[in-house]
Design a protein around this ligand. Structure first.
Ligand code: NI
Length: 300
């Protein structure tokens, strides 16, 4: 959770800005109230320059962060240290012909860019969904061809699993993945080093696990995601379960209204490399939100 004072300040400024927008007679005028500068230094409104209707959900701002996979400092990530309220939503095991398009619609309405760790067999069956993910600004990561546990199979088998999924993704959309999430979380340091050396992959784990695959119900999934997520963290979910998709509007809106901003995993890794001065482009009211929950969670 972001500190109450930061949240209060953010909400106050948001309200002032929204009032400012409505005072223009209902028509948004660019160049007026500016809460946020994107990576190109262009002026935009607080919610990406769009006028927000009451029926529309909160919008994630446009966040332009140049991604350079060579700059990844660690072999593996479940969170990064950051002064900003940036988080990454990740969805595993798809694409699913029914649930994934619904999720993409939900993300699009909120201008949220997520990361999909796809299974190669599904990428082969639904290449149009892989292309849609890329077209809508999401990141795609490798989750092996057959959802195999990499630390429990031979090197030859692991190589076929990783390469096969990579080829399915490239065949569908032309973009080579740079990150891999090990199926089932089964991984060890030896395999992580091998993935980096042989494929250039960073291994992506997670800091928040709502255990949606146990099907605890949409309310529980949404509540766990909202209450357990902290700045800089990677959140795990699965786009092959209907109740998970049903939980997303509430979970995402809850996180947005708590001040969180969504980026892809590779953007999150790039943010770690940035100085505070650069991040101040996103507005001082979004800074000073560091909550060091490592002690509470006792992991890193
Ligand atoms: Ni999986």
């Amino acid at each position: 959770m972001i500190k109450p004072f930061t949240l209060f300040g953010f909400i106050t400024i948001s309200l002032i800005l929204m009032l400012g927008c409505s005072s223009t007679g209902g028509k948004y005028e660019n160049g007026g109230n500016t809460a946020y500068l994107d990576g190109d230094g262009k002026r935009r409104g607080l919610f990406g320059g769009r006028k927000r209707n009451k029926s529309e959900p909160l919008q994630n701002p446009n966040i332009n962060i140049r991604v350079d996979p060579r700059l990844a400092r660690s072999l593996t990530y479940s969170r990064i240290r950051t002064e900003g309220p940036f988080i990454a939503m990740t969805f595993d095991d798809g694409p699913h012909p029914v649930h994934t398009p619904r999720l993409l619609d939900i993300l699009k309405r909120r201008n949220i860019k997520a990361t999909f760790f796809v299974v190669g067999t599904n990428a082969r069956r639904y290449p149009q969904l892989i292309r849609r993910m890329i077209a809508e600004g999401h990141e795609i990561g490798n989750h092996t061809v057959n959802h195999k546990y990499l630390s429990r199979i031979s090197v030859e088998e692991a190589r076929a699993e990783v390469l096969g999924c990579e080829r399915a993704i490239v065949a569908a959309c032309g973009v080579k993945p740079r990150i891999l999430r090990p199926p089932g979380g089964h991984i060890n340091d030896r395999v992580k080093v091998w993935l980096k050396k042989e494929f250039g992959y960073s291994t992506i784990m997670w800091a928040v696990d709502p255990e949606d695959w146990k099907r605890p119900g949409s309310d529980v999934v949404a509540h766990r995601i909202i209450s357990e997520t902290d700045p800089g963290e990677i959140v795990l979910a699965h786009d092959i379960h209907g109740p998970t998709i049903a939980a997303m509007p509430r979970a995402l809106d809850g996180l947005l209204s708590n001040g969180y901003r969504f980026v892809t995993v590779s953007q999150l890794i790039a943010i770690e490399r940035r100085s505070i001065a650069t991040l101040s482009d996103f507005g001082n009211n979004l800074l000073s939100s560091t909550v060091d929950r490592k002690e509470r969670k006792n992991i890193q």
